[in-house]
Unconditional design. Sequence first.
Length: 462
Amino acid sequence: MSTEFEDISLQEQFEAIIQTEDKLAIKKFLDDQNISAVAELVSEFPEYDSQIIANMSVHRAVSVFKILDLAEQKRIIQELPANTTANLLNELPADDRTDFLEELPSNVVRELIKLLDVDERKITLSLLGYPEYSIGRLMTPDYVYVYPWNTIEEVFATIRKYGKDSETINVIYVINELGELLDDIRISDFILNAPDKNVSELMDDRFISLHPEDDQESAAEIFKMNNRVALPVISNTNQLLGIVTIDDVLWVASEEFSEDMQKMGGSSALEEPYLDVPIFRLYKKRIIWLLILFIGETLTIAAMSNFQKTLEQVLVLSTFIPLIISSGGNSGSQAAALIIQALALGEITVMDWWRIARREIKSGLLMGITLGFVGFLIVLTGHLTLDVFGEHYIRIAFAIGTAIVGVVVWGTIMGSMLPLLLKKLGADPAASSTPFIATLVDVTGLLIYFGTAFLLLKGVLL
């Protein structure tokens, strides 16, 4: 890099050099930057995004394209010349290419597939044939395989010949003449043994594998439990179809986490970055849940209407409604968040429901008694300082404290059991979002509150 650029920012350097329209100078500048830095330039200068990709070597362009947001990828593909698009798509790893194509309209996919080489086209069509969110969509056919009769010296010759195009060479796969998977061996095992030793002498016939129809989320759990960087994907007849690498699984886990967070916030999942979602689509994603929650809250009105006479006779009860509602809603939201996270991490299953229920009842009682005691003290302090609760303030304090215990216990039960129920029914546990739990507990919490007050104050204030 020339010294004239040393004291200015990368963005300023880029702006200066892009104005020269000197393709060789632009290419040299871009090739001198880290991949992540070039990706930042694409994001900051969308008007030059296709020029940035077009002026890089195809291998570096692919590395940048892979880490861009979907909206940026779509925009670049639309702007690139057909021959540059063909080179880019053909160089993309099969799994990344499939992941990109499945986000596009079918008519666009058909046109882009025509640009692929014959072999790459067959691979892509095969991967697109697997169910959405299956391991088959993440699978790549780029791996190194050897045979049991190969020597370690021959293995290294194979790695030198084919390893460049492989997704990873950390693990080498052993197959027979029928293409059936026999074993997977870490490259360190080859390095630490003599060159004349046969592969069969290193085999222990133990390996962990996936099937192309397996769910991507379950695969992420298998990766975590077994500490692997790649896993083989086999057919029902044990044919080695491809491999899945940890970087793709981590990408899926990141997308699932974002989707769950959006659902837990009371919104449908967004398929694009927030700022790229059109306003009307954002409205449609959010209004459905808001309508459900709005209608649900009308049940709160119905519950309060049924206890109108109770409220008229003991007006002080109405002042504690926000306290009761928040206690139940917060405890339910807490429990739901913990259970959803534990389900996602594989720490619990639906079969653990009774153990979970017992734990939540116990913790709900402890939290409820604590909050109920604080509520009792609030009434007691309020009476002693402001004299607002009358001569039966002890009964009122006891009724409010008891109601809080009941509401908190009920909230924890609802918050913990609803995600498990949805999981059992095959739905997404994140759909039992915290706003939904809070709304549900609001209604039932009021019933518990007024019911408790009616029982404990009947004959005295009612």
